[in-house]
Ligand binder design. Structure first.
Ligand SMILES: [Ca+2]
Ligand SMILES: [Ca+2]
Ligand SMILES: [Ca+2]
Length: 243
């Protein structure tokens, strides 16, 4: 009996997460081929070249991320402000420090299992860095998904990466299981949906508003063949989190 209840609760949780993920992350779904990918620094970046098995850029970003994680764990707001693009409004207002601490606890909990080795992929130029895990297939009793974690950074005027945003729960592109379709076909379809031709962190179907739930009245298109559609230096994915 307990097992049945557990299974039922798990199913409800999976569906809730899937719906949440679709709503929250449909604008941020991205594709990373299962290879180490990098972009050359744009312009006159002084960054070192990326190596195939880890890079100074990625290590610098990861060091920032570790400082971020330590700061939120310690409720150290001044340390936090050194390593983030911006803090939430609650953390800007001393009267809301309790709420700020709650948010820090949440961030600490959400990132506690992130490991350097799983963030195999790095894209960067002189304004931004994206670290991501490979996409991996996750399956529940009702759905199949491609999932991954991503950390977005912006680089400040003296070349220091600052945490902008991270995805937790993971970004998901999913499909409900269909008795008329094989698992292989569903995975193929999911893999098509996460193709990100310009490697800016947003899939082609999201950039072109061709995903199933896209509302033609409100969906904002970006160029699937250009990382920086509006030419202001920020990549299309980063842009969404810059205030
Ligand atoms: Ca793209
Ligand atoms: Ca683009
Ligand atoms: Ca831009």
């Amino acid at each position: 009996m307990q097992k049945k209840i557990l299974i039922a609760l798990t199913l409800i949780a999976v569906i809730a997460i899937a719906i949440f993920a679709l709503k929250k992350h449909e604008e941020t779904r991205v594709f990373t081929p299962p290879l180490f990918i990098y972009t050359q620094p744009a312009g006159t970046s002084t960054m070192s070249t990326v190596g195939i098995d880890g890079s100074p850029v990625a290590e610098k970003a990861w060091a920032t991320f570790l400082s971020y994680r330590q700061a939120v764990k310690n409720h150290d707001l001044s340390a936090l402000m050194q390593v983030v693009y911006t803090v939430s409004d609650a953390c800007k207002d001393p009267k809301q420090f309790t709420e700020c601490k709650t948010r820090m606890d949440k961030a600490a909990e959400e990132t506690k299992d992130f490991t350097r080795s799983e963030f195999k992929n790095v894209w960067y130029d002189n304004k931004q860095i994206i670290l991501s895990t490979d996409w991996h297939v996750e399956q529940t009793d009702v759905a199949l998904a491609e999932a991954r974690k991503v950390i977005y950074f912006v680089i400040d005027s003296i070349g220091t990466p600052k945490v902008l945003f991270f995805t937790q729960p993971e970004e998901l592109v999913y499909s409900f299981l269909d008795p008329n379709t094989t698992k292989e076909k569903l995975i193929t379809r999911l893999q098509e949906r996460i193709i990100d031709t310009d490697m800016d962190g947003i899939s082609n179907e999201v950039e072109t508003c061709t995903y199933q739930s896209a509302d033609p009245k409100t969906c904002v298109k970006t160029d699937p063949n250009n990382k920086d559609s509006n030419g202001n230096g920020w990549w299309d994915s980063i842009e969404k989190y810059i205030k």
